[in-house]
Design a protein around this ligand. Structure first.
Ligand SMILES: Nc1ncnc2c1ncn2[C@@H]1O[C@H](COP(=O)(O)OP(=O)(O)OP(=O)(O)O)[C@@H](O)[C@H]1O
Length: 289
């Protein structure tokens, strides 16, 4: 097992959908793509070009017809659906155009859900961490609101807090601002940008929206299932976000996670999280000067 610093690695990945025995669509053709730790990779391409198929394979929601898929240097291609479901929960966060919150749970309960499902957190720890995450996305006054009592932008920020709940290796986003008004969209983008720039969260974002593409470190274009050129883009201004408070809330959440991992039998990644906490505490300290 090599240690390549790639969070996701696709090697010669193809996906063929069969419509009938003799009719098929090649949605991805020999795609080779690495997503490295700390990157924001933007996937752009016209309707039907293969973006969702690519995201589904990277997020282990679907399997390739041929080729190999690695997540954190582990070959996941032949894993069973049960193993994949567990890995997805622990290692991948998702943010879709439709927020997909559970309607009969409050914002707080929605964010607690993945932590409780992991078996690593007890109720009190999950609640404490969910509160830090909701503070991070500036929703503390709304923790007890149900999704239908929140605006679209607020719901998407709850979904972002939920995606961060288990400190995933990767967050996959499909048109995250697609259903939002321009003000909510730019607030979400600023949050996403800070999460990447200061905390180093790795993200893959499929979008048609050039504003979203601006927060990327790399753009991948896809046409007819083939990945084409990549280009570097400029970063947007994040002055609207209180960066220090945001990092502090994230670190408090990480400390709870550390406790949860130590107490549970799923206590892997402890070293990585300890390092992350000291690194971010230094960032907070440096921001003071
Ligand atoms: N389950 C499926 N069965 C058959 N064909 C499919 C299936 N899913 C996708 N396709 C086909 O695969 C190709 C790629 O689809 P995909 O949804 O990945 O494109 P996309 O770039 O995400 O499109 P959009 O921007 O419209 O969402 C398309 O030709 C689509 O019709």
């Amino acid at each position: 097992m090599s240690n390549s610093n790639a969070v996701v690695k696709l090697i010669n990945v193809s996906k063929r959908y069969y419509i009938s025995e003799s009719i098929y669509v090649d949605a991805l053709i020999n795609v080779n793509l690495n997503v490295y730790r700390g990157e924001v990779v933007i996937i752009m391409g016209p309707s039907g070009s293969g973006k969702s198929t690519l995201l589904n394979i990277m997020g282990m929601l679907d399997k390739p017809t041929s080729g190999r898929v690695y997540l954190d240097d582990v070959d996941v291609t032949d894993m069973s659906e049960n193993e994949l479901a567990k890995l997805r929960l622990l290692k991948v966060g998702f943010l879709f155009q439709q927020y997909n919150l559970i309607q009969n749970l409050t914002a707080l309960e929605n964010v607690m859900m993945p932590m409780l499902m992991s078996g690593m957190y007890d109720e009190a720890m999950a609640e404490a961490k969910a509160r830090y995450l909701l503070e991070l996305v500036e929703l503390t006054p709304y923790v007890n609101h149900y999704p239908n009592q929140l605006s679209g932008g607020q719901q998407q920020r709850v979904a972002l807090a939920r995606a961060l709940a288990l400190n995933p290796s990767l967050i996959i986003m499909d048109e995250p601002t697609g259903a939002l008004d321009p003000v909510s969209a730019s607030k979400l983008l600023a949050l996403i940008n800070v999460l990447n720039k200061t905390i180093g969260v790795t993200m893959v974002i499929a979008t048609h929206n050039p504003d979203v593409a601006q927060i990327g470190s790399r753009i991948i274009n896809i046409r007819g299932g083939r990945v084409y050129e990549t280009g570097v883009v400029e970063r947007i201004n994040v002055s609207s976000v209180n960066v220090r408070d945001m990092i502090r809330n994230y670190v408090e959440g990480l400390k709870i996670d550390l406790l949860a991992r130590r107490r549970s039998r799923l206590a892997d990644d402890v070293g990585r999280i300890e390092e992350e906490i000291s690194r971010l505490e230094e960032v907070i300290e440096n921001q003071r000067h």
